[in-house]
Design a protein around this ligand. Structure first.
Ligand code: FA5
Length: 355
């Protein structure tokens, strides 16, 4: 009986397994030795060439080598599996001591922030926000506001005309006219309307050809000038500080009668006179007045039954005052160096508030 073949298989297996360093290679080795066409099965097939006496001993030796190989593969498999697991754990380890990735936070534009502050104040008083159109008709921008064609006061608002009857709205007052009209003569009306407006003004530090306005309108029975004054006093204190006073100066707007310009006491010098208030102690912030009976009538309200007040302010100028911004053009040039100065703080304020 020739057992050299068995020794050879065992020897070659020992050589091969010492080179195996991963589970795939081990699986291949298993097939190569223990598979149907493997080397150990090949040894078994030799049995048919042996005599009946030789077969038991030969068979026992082949079984011995099969057990040897099976156990060796199992042991090697356990070692390799453990190594693979350790490698995976090492790769997936999270280093909790690494500093986190930083990302830059945006900050609200000072103009948006000012508009939101003003909106919040009026919403708190029960006003609703109304929206209008930036491309408006001559009728709503002027005529419905008591400014017929060729009225000299049209010159107060130099206009971008799109056609003879359409234009870029020069103020947010057309929203008054549209809102009243939609009410079909029934009060109350209590709205503010924030939005963009356009004028053919030359751009400089305090003028922009496109800027923002917030219009306010209240129409109901028994609305008086004192209601307007009280509302604006509260507004000035909320936006500019609790010690602010307001004063009303007679003015002229075709859509209000009487009309006033509203000044607030200077928040910087407290009325003593400084560069912000140009030495007067007062800063002009808006135009206002009692809604003209003609405007009420044109919008379908009976002026003997209803009265109202309206006001219009420029948030650009208010934001400039509030945050100490010297040039209105900063709002529209989108320079991040400017905007980043107004990082939001946790309490909802802005970092470089000047008052
Ligand atoms: C009006 O536009 C009136 N519609 C306001 C009004 C409404 C009065 C309701 C009475 C009743 P005025 O032209 O003054 O008014 O403009 C209002 C505000 O817009 C000004 O106080 C100013 O803050 C701002 N403003 C006017 N022109 C410019 C401009 N070119 N650039 C930036 N802000 C401007």
């Amino acid at each position: 009986m020739d057992t050299a073949g068995i020794l050879e298989v065992r020897q070659s297996f020992d050589d091969a397994i010492s080179d195996v360093d991963n589970l795939n290679a081990l699986q291949q080795l298993k097939v190569e030795y223990l598979g149907k066409k493997g080397k150990v099965t090949g040894l078994m097939k030799e049995m048919k060439n042996l005599s009946n006496e030789e077969r038991p001993e030969y068979g026992a030796k082949v079984n011995e080598v099969r057990t040897y190989i099976t156990e060796a593969i199992e042991r090697r498999g356990e070692v390799l599996e453990e190594a693979a697991l350790e490698e995976k754990l090492r790769e997936e380890t999270i280093d909790v001591t690494l500093p986190g990735r930083t990302f830059s936070l945006g900050s609200p534009h000072p103009l948006s922030r000012t508009i939101e502050d003003i909106e919040d104040f009026f919403l708190g008083l029960g006003y609703e926000i109304a929206e209008g159109y930036e491309v408006e008709t001559d009728y709503y921008n002027f005529e419905a506001l008591n400014l017929p064609k060729s009225h000299p006061a049209r010159d107060m608002q130099d206009t971008f005309y799109i056609s003879e009857e359409t234009l870029l709205r020069t103020h947010t007052s057309p929203v008054q006219a549209r809102t009243m009209e939609a009410q079909e003569g029934r009060g109350p009306v209590k709205i503010i309307c924030p939005g963009k407006v356009y004028r053919r003004d030359s751009d400089d530090a305090t003028h922009s050809h496109q800027f923002t306005q917030i219009e306010g309108l209240v129409v109901d029975r028994n609305i008086r000038m004192s209601d307007l004054k009280g509302t604006l006093e509260l507004f000035a204190k909320e936006i500019f500080g609790a010690e602010r006073e307001i004063r009303l100066r007679p003015s002229y707007f075709p859509f209000t009668e009487p009309s006033v310009e509203v000044d607030i006491s200077c928040f910087k010098c407290k009325g003593a006179g400084c560069n912000v208030c140009k030495g007067t102690g007062w800063i002009e912030i808006l135009g206002a007045g009692m809604v003209h009976p003609n405007v009420l009538e044109m919008a379908g309200f009976d002026p003997d039954e209803y009265s109202g007040f309206a006001f219009g302010m420029g948030p650009d100028r208010i934001a400039m005052l509030k945050y100490g911004i010297e040039d209105i053009r900063h709002f529209y040039t989108n320079d991040l160096r400017f905007i980043n100065q107004f990082k939001a703080t946790e309490d909802g304020g802005a970092t470089n508030e000047s008052i």
